[in-house]
Ligand binder design. Structure first.
Ligand SMILES: [Zn+2]
Length: 145
């Protein structure tokens, strides 16, 4: 479960990040935010690059932002776009690696700019993600700092 206050804070964090999106080619700004299991919020925006494929989705930037701040266990991720949308498969797969740390499904919240919300979960959107067994214990050793 996620509280209204947490969703509000996730939306605010994603909205600020969205305003900083680097999108000279598409002009399509997307913002994301992620909530760590110990209650910290981190934003991310989409970043385009001259070299297609080098750009980043806002969700991965939010996850990377959290990791740079010593957070590895996540409760929820929100994506803020013009209309309701869900993270791409690559971002879901990226997030799956961190699900293993807490072994708790991660809430995925889709939000549009008008404030409409739709909730999913990571395992609902990616029920059969790729996860090899060999690194699990090492990954589980990463705890929020
Ligand atoms: Zn993505």
């Amino acid at each position: 479960m996620i509280a209204e206050e947490e969703i509000k804070k996730l939306r605010e964090t994603a909205s600020i990040a969205r305003s900083n999106a680097f999108v000279p080619r598409s002009d399509h700004k997307i913002g994301s935010s992620i909530l760590s299991t110990d209650g910290k919020y981190f934003g991310g925006c989409n970043i385009e690059s001259n070299i297609s494929g080098l750009g980043s989705c806002s969700e991965r930037v939010a996850i990377d932002n959290a990791i740079c701040n010593g957070k590895y266990g996540f409760k929820a991720l929100l994506i803020l776009d013009d209309k309701l949308t869900v993270p791409c498969g690559a971002c879901l797969q990226y997030l799956l690696e961190f699900y293993v740390i807490t072994n708790q499904d991660i809430i995925i919240i889709s939000s549009d700019i008008e404030g409409n919300i739709k909730n999913y979960s990571l395992l609902e959107l990616l029920p059969n993600g790729y996860f090899p067994d060999h690194d699990i214990e090492k990954i589980k050793s990463y705890k929020n700092k």
